[in-house]
Design a protein around this ligand. Structure first.
Ligand code: DSN
Length: 423
């Protein structure tokens, strides 16, 4: 398979780099991308992120900048802010954070001081580095206490969360994470946060698109602050946003700039605005529902093939597979699947006896394949490829992987990806 040459200026100026971009386009086109935090953005989002808006410095906020010439940029940022507020029903939005980790760091800066106690889900249980995990700046500069999931059910243990919060009295409580296959009970977290007078931060990076599309409950009535990236299920550029009640607006804005960052990336702000416009359309509600329907169907097919899924399945876009019963380490399976044209990431599972760089599980999700138009009808085939790939990983059957790759590539050719040149 080949794709038509695109990016003519790049090709003329730097053929070496243009060729690498072309190779990546081909890879993204031919493979079944199952990493749950990845997606395909629309051609409109891609175009917006490659505009001359990137030439402009605009430290500050609309109407209060430290550089002149903001006649257009102020309008772009205001448009993005208003769309974020409308899509999520939030009182305040800041669209300047460069990505999820800086967005979360800004929350610490706004509400805590070094040495304060903060609470979040532990990374190996499905949380995020920036929720106070030890190796992150947030676990070094703050005192991170961590909750997890129950070993018998794989779901969050609210008795543990409440007990820990009462004992440790954290300044911040983070909910949300990177490997949470079940609905996040924002109301339960809010009740605990109120009881101990903590700021509740809902990190919705993974599920922002599902919330925007009405396929996951919203944290807006419950959380003091909402942090999200914009490039996962929301299908926008690589960026982030912070949303909050009006009472916290000043603290959040001051923490992002001048607290943590300099000039915002205006081309990204523009692309966020486009993605939010797309997320406001009725078709996006269909997309969000389809992502979840595909994940549930895929989980059912995997269970039927004897796979062990953390928490027994999924309510959202993400499935966490514990491969221990299959006697294949996550990394070995992930590398074999990659060879078969199925892109996943190896991942720790709760109570994993193995090391994070060589864990027991793989993490998969349906945002990207749904963006290409695959439906629940395709999930038996996807589960079958995963099953055959994991079996081939165990036996070292390279031929089986090559065969799966050809089958995957054939199906993908029939479902062109948004934003990519079509062959
Ligand atoms: N790295 C992201 C993910 O893959 O879930 C989270 O930041």
């Amino acid at each position: 398979m080949s794709l038509p040459l695109s990016h003519p200026a790049l090709l003329a100026a730097d053929p070496e780099l243009a060729s690498l971009v072309g190779s990546e386009e081909l890879l993204q086109s031919e493979t079944l991308r199952l990493i749950p935090s990845e997606n395909y953005v629309s051609a409109a989002v891609l175009e917006a992120s490659g505009t001359v808006l990137q030439n402009k410095y605009s430290e500050g906020y609309a109407g209060r900048r430290y550089y002149e010439g903001q006649q257009v940029i102020d309008q772009v940022e205001t448009l993005a802010i208003n769309r974020a507020k409308a899509v999520f029903g939030a009182e305040h939005a800041n669209v300047q954070p460069y990505s999820g980790s800086p967005a979360n760091l800004a929350v610490y800066l706004a509400f805590a001081r070094p040495g304060d106690t903060v609470m979040g889900m532990s990374l190996p249980m499905g949380g995020h580095l920036t929720h106070g995990w030890g190796v992150s700046a947030t676990g070094t500069w703050f005192r991170g206490v961590q909750y997890g999931v129950r070993q018998d059910t794989g779901v969050i243990d609210f008795d543990q969360v409440r007990g820990l919060a009462r004992k440790e009295r954290p300044k911040l409580i983070f909910c949300g994470g990177t490997a949470v296959p079940r609905t996040i009970d924002f109301a339960a977290f809010a009740e605990i946060a109120r009881e101990v007078d903590a700021v509740l931060v809902a990190d919705i990076a993974h599920i922002a698109g599902l919330i925007a599309g009405g396929a996951h409950p919203s944290p807006v009535p419950y959380a003091d602050v909402i942090s999200t990236t914009t490039h996962k299920t929301l299908r926008g550029p690589r960026g982030a946003m912070l949303m909050s009640r009006e009472t916290h607006a000043k603290a959040i804005d001051k923490a992002v700039f001048p607290g943590l960052q300099g000039g915002p990336h205006n081309q990204t702000t523009a692309a966020i605005a486009v993605a939010l416009h797309e997320a406001a359309q009725p078709a996006f509600r269909d997309y969000a529902r389809a992502v979840v329907a595909n994940a549930k169907a895929l989980a059912g097919e995997l269970l039927a093939r004897g796979f062990d899924l953390v928490s027994g399945g999924t309510d959202n876009h993400l499935i966490l597979m514990d491969l221990t019963p299959k006697e294949v380490p996550g990394k070995v399976a992930a590398k074999a699947l990659d060879q078969a044209g199925i892109v996943v990431n190896y991942n720790t599972v709760p109570y994993d006896p193995r090391k994070p760089f060589d864990p027991s599980g793989i993490r998969i999700g349906t945002p990207s394949l749904t963006s290409r138009g695959l439906t629940t009808e395709h999930m038996p085939a996807v589960a079958d490829w995963i099953d055959r790939g994991v079996t081939a990983a165990k036996s070292g059957d390279e031929g089986a992987l090559t065969k799966i790759r050809a089958e995957v590539s054939e199906l993908m050719a029939a479902y062109p990806a948004p934003g990519l040149p079509t062959g």
